[in-house]
Design a protein around this ligand. Structure first.
Ligand SMILES: Nc1ncnc2c1ncn2[C@@H]1O[C@H](COP(=O)(O)OP(=O)(O)OP(=O)(O)O)[C@@H](O)[C@H]1O
Ligand SMILES: [Mg+2]
Length: 338
């Protein structure tokens, strides 16, 4: 969290296990972090590392799944959401905490016109009249780039393209001016012009209304331009955290180094410098006993195979879970720094 901002969200030792036919999937494994009011935080990591599950747990949706076990604490404005009854969490959801879901196709109710989907929240959470809620919905749809919004508000989700549905989702999420917005791959399905508009809109929400935003993405470019602080997740755990600029310039975890090396950059013309991380992320139902990244890590030693390194503070607001941070900083920094 930023030194100057009041704490809004504090996730403490959050774990989410799913019972499955292959065994217990440890989707989120002892994750702790805080977000201050108005802070823009990026949560990054490869596919399947637990980003969406972390977000849906904060929104109070994961605990309702019959095969999920959620433990730890999710303190939002001082109240532990995991300990609150569902009716109280439902009040917070949508009004104080909103989410842009990764999959807009399945997250919009197909039998309701989008106008209904939008006005419902405004009427229930903000107490607007139907006329005012409709006017506000039209305004929001225009803001996210839906042409002829006054007409389109009567249409059903299937009458919109994928990118437009994503923008409708974003309009719904922004409608009640949430204190915390969880934006799960908010721009992945959109073309670059709309992408820039949406990112601007989220920044605006943050600066005008003091809303905090957690941007979840595998696109480091999106978070680099927008977020002040970055959380790097691997196999259900946070492996590195820090202010964006220093973290991108001097990553402390070998996984972050790998992520950065796999991003194409204009100032790195040699194709051979673009390398994907060798191997695959581990199966979350059969995690290795030591560091989950060890099988893919060029710095791994015997120690790494036996025990998981703790996420330890390393100064200047940074944390890192690696036994070999010092070796990495010495050897690799110059090669990856811009
Ligand atoms: N309802 C569920 N039941 C069982 N396993 C689940 C469920 N939801 C998620 N998982 C598993 O939890 C792990 C983390 O999934 P999650 O959706 O959080 O990944 P992610 O980091 O968001 O990936 P992506 O970048 O692909 O969206 C995955 O192994 C996934 O298969
Ligand atoms: Mg996801």
């Amino acid at each position: 969290m930023n030194a100057g901002s009041a704490q809004l969200l504090s996730v403490k030792d959050l774990s989410v296990d799913f019972a499955s036919q292959e065994g217990v999937v440890h989707a989120v494994d002892g994750v702790s972090f805080s977000v201050g009011s108005g802070e823009l935080v990026g949560l990054v990591g490869e596919s399947g590392c637990g980003k969406s599950v972390t977000a849906t747990a904060i929104l109070g949706l994961t605990r309702m799944l019959p095969n999920a076990t959620v433990t730890g604490a999710i303190e939002f404005e001082g109240r532990d959401l995991l300990a609150l009854p569902e009716n109280e969490v439902r009040e917070i959801r949508g009004r104080d905490i909103a989410m842009i879901f990764q999959d807009p196709v399945t997250s919009l109710n197909p039998v309701l016109p989008i106008g209904r989907l939008m006005t419902e929240g405004l009427e229930n959470h903000l107490g607007l009249s139907h006329t005012d809620a409709t006017a506000r919905s039209i305004e929001l749809l225009s803001t996210v780039g839906i042409p002829q919004a006054a007409e389109r508000i009567k249409d059903y989700p299937h009458q919109f393209s994928g990118g437009m549905r994503q923008r409708v989702m974003i309009a719904i999420a922004l409608s009640c001016n949430p204190r915390l917005l969880l934006a799960d791959e908010p721009t992945t399905a959109l073309d670059v012009t709309i992408q820039a508009q949406i990112l601007r809109l989220m920044r605006q929400l943050s600066s005008e209304y003091g809303a905090a935003v957690i941007v979840i993405t595998h696109d480091l470019g999106v978070v680099a331009g927008m977020c002040r602080r970055i959380l790097v997740m691997y196999a259900g755990r946070i492996v590195e955290e820090g202010p964006a600029k220093p973290l991108f310039r001097h990553p402390h975890h070998p996984y972050t180094v790998g992520l950065l090396r796999s991003v194409p950059r204009l100032d790195r013309p040699r194709a051979d410098e673009l390398v994907s991380i060798q191997g695959l992320p581990p199966d979350l139902s059969h995690l290795p006993p030591g560091c989950a990244f060890a099988p893919r890590c060029w710095l791994a030693t015997d120690e790494c195979w036996c025990a998981a390194p703790p996420l330890a503070a390393t100064g200047e607001g940074r944390r890192c879970a690696c036994f070999h941070r010092d070796r990495l900083v010495e050897r690799e920094t110059e090669r990856v720094a811009p």
